[in-house]
Write a protein that binds this ligand. Sequence first.
Ligand SMILES: Cc1ncc(COP(=O)(O)O)c(C=O)c1O
Length: 385
Amino acid sequence: MTFELSDRVQAVPPSGIRRFFEIAEERDEVISLGVGEPDFSTPWAARDAAITSLEQGKTSYTANRGKRELREAISDYVADRFDLGYGADEEIIVTAGASEAVDLAFRALVDPGDTVAIAQPSYISYEPGVIFAGGEVLSVPTKKEDDFRLTVDALEAAGASEADLLVLCYPNNPTGAIMRESDLEPVAEFAREHDLTVLADEIYAELTYEGDHTSIATLPGMRERTVVFNGFSKAHAMTGLRLGYALGPADVIGAMNKIHQYTMLSAPTTAQHAALEALDSCDGDVREMVEQYDRRRQFVLSRFREIGMDVFEAKGAFYCFPEVPEGWTAEEFAEAVLREQGVAVVPGDVFGAGGEGHLRVSYATGLDDLRKALNRLEAFVEDHV
Ligand SMILES: Cc1ncc(COP(=O)(O)O)c(C=O)c1O
């Protein structure tokens, strides 16, 4: 028997990164700068709290929206770190990773035929999420000349004034771009003027170098039209524990919870115990990891410049986004570098419009491996360019 797969699933192409993993598996001694997750272990205190909770048999479901104590801790944390005011009762939902929160928001807000503008290049899950929810994607390419920040010109050129929702992700995966308050203001004005709901994925907020993160939801008139996503995967190195959250007005968080309570019931209980401890006692671990990422960022940027590859000054997340030399497509370059030198990077086109001709290089890898990988890249460029 063959299954008749839904049109929505068939409309989404397979992930563009998969082929690279297959090549990487064939070759020995590959250094991967392809992954999007921390190379650090979860801070010990958070792991210990998870273990203790298991020892104590705390393995039941929690409240649908997440443990109240955790929602209170999240409420305090986002107020303290990002000046965001959200109540634990109705304005916060704890989810299985920020990924679930993003999916819930699309399903809660998108009707068939609605248009969702996505600032790209960006994290690969937004487009499929919109399609699974029955919406139409409108790509809004950002440009290297603008340091990959979203501008009103880009929104207007893409026709985003007609869209229903706008998704933005700063600090950005894959470019490492950030947006300061002054960059966000015109985008917020555009959203207000054209009545757009904004979905702001701020999962890399803690990983902002040279200054602090500003959330678009803190700008005038934005709280009531914005849903903010964050989580523990990146800053707290907790990817496998699967814990994220969304912040927003009570009606939208309530709608998201309606879907969540029927499909997920509650986010992983053990991870919620780990997250509580992470917020309670792991600020120092986060600071240390951020310092190390920053050191690596500066090293990688300076090596790309020495190698002669054009790269803009990434200031957030743990990625940089160099341009491939003339005469190459990103895919050709990434494949050749992997086959010849055993360095895995991801072609920028995988992340949507505006990513062509670039590579996503993750520095969530130790300095020794980064050094080796960049020496190999240098040898490749000397051979071929
Ligand atoms: C921008 C962005 N949002 C969300 C996620 C997924 O986060 P989580 O592990 O919390 O589902 C990622 C993971 O790479 C990401 O880069």
